[in-house]
Structures are given as C-alpha cells and as structure tokens.
Design a protein around this ligand. Structure first.
Ligand SMILES: [Zn+2]
Length: 165
C-alpha cells in the first residue's frame, strides 16, 4: 500500500473514534508532521492531504486565495485566452463572477464533456451538465472544442481557469 493511502486510512480511523476537540488535535498533529495541509481560506476549516492541489472543501490553495490556472502545457496561449474570454463573457451578467472554474475530464466529447465546478467565495458548486451544449454555450463550447481538436484530453485530466484576480 502506498504511504499516501496508509496515511489516509490511519487518519480516517483515528478521526472516526474522536470527538470534535480530538479531531482537531489529530488534524493539527498530522499537519505539523507534514501529512496534511491547512486550507488558506479563513472561512474554510478543511485539512487536506499532501499531494492535493487545492482544498477539497472550497477549492482554494494553501496560500489563502483561489489557486492559479492549471492547464495542460500542450495548449497555446491563444487557445487558453479564448477559453478565458468566453467564460468571462458568459459570467459577466451574473454577479458575483466565480473565482475560478475547474474542468475535470472523465469522458465525453473532448473538453466539452468535462465535469465543471465553479469555485465561488470559498465554496465549490458543480455546474449541472457542464458546458456540453453547443447551442446554449456557443463560445465556451467552441473554445473547448478547439482545445480538444488540438489535443484530446485523457481520463482524469484537469484544467482550471481563474476568472477573478
Ligand atoms: Zn478550503
């Protein structure tokens, strides 16, 4: 069993036997020992395992702000800018704008089939159906198709676009 899995299962078992105060103590001790990191969002109490890129509870990073863009390096700056532009236009009439959007690819017609999550003020919310519908989300769908045409995403691949700065 890899160390990360052992850490998960040990901490989960300890926490299952603990009350609230003890849980906090277990998490803090595990953090000091380097097994967990504390979310940097002051509104979010979540501890996360090493290796997680951003907080499971809210999507912020350990630095205390919504984490930066993540994109597979084969895409060009132009393609990337096109997607960001399309998303900004889509969200402009809805305020507040999400802090960031995450696309998780688990199958479907390229990036257009990705599961989409909005990160907003320390919360994450799934966008039901994502941006798969070409008629409803013309520009976003076109930008996503352009990425997919350039290079098909593979299972588990992941992009994140920060909209606010
Ligand atoms: Zn958090």
């Amino acid at each position: 069993m890899p160390e990360a899995e052992i850490v998960h299962s040990v901490i989960a078992r300890l926490v299952a036997e603990a009350d609230e105060t003890q849980t906090h103590l277990i998490h803090e001790t595990a953090r000091r020992a380097g097994y967990l990191w504390r979310c940097g969002n002051p509104a979010c109490p979540t501890y996360n395992y090493q290796g997680q890129r951003y907080c499971e509870g809210c999507g912020w990073g350990r630095e205390g702000k919504p984490v930066g863009d993540v994109h597979p390096c084969m895409y060009t700056d132009g393609q990337w800018a096109r997607l960001r532009r399309a998303l900004l236009q889509h969200y402009a009439p809805h305020s507040p704008m999400p802090d960031a959007l995450v696309f998780d690819y688990r199958g479907g017609p390229g990036w257009r089939g990705a599961e989409v999550t909005e990160m907003r003020g320390g919360m994450t919310e799934a966008v039901t159906g994502g941006f798969g519908d070409r008629d409803r989300y013309e520009r976003i769908a076109a930008a996503l198709d352009s990425l997919s045409k350039w290079s098909e995403p593979s299972y588990g691949e992941h992009i994140r676009v920060v909209l606010t700065s």
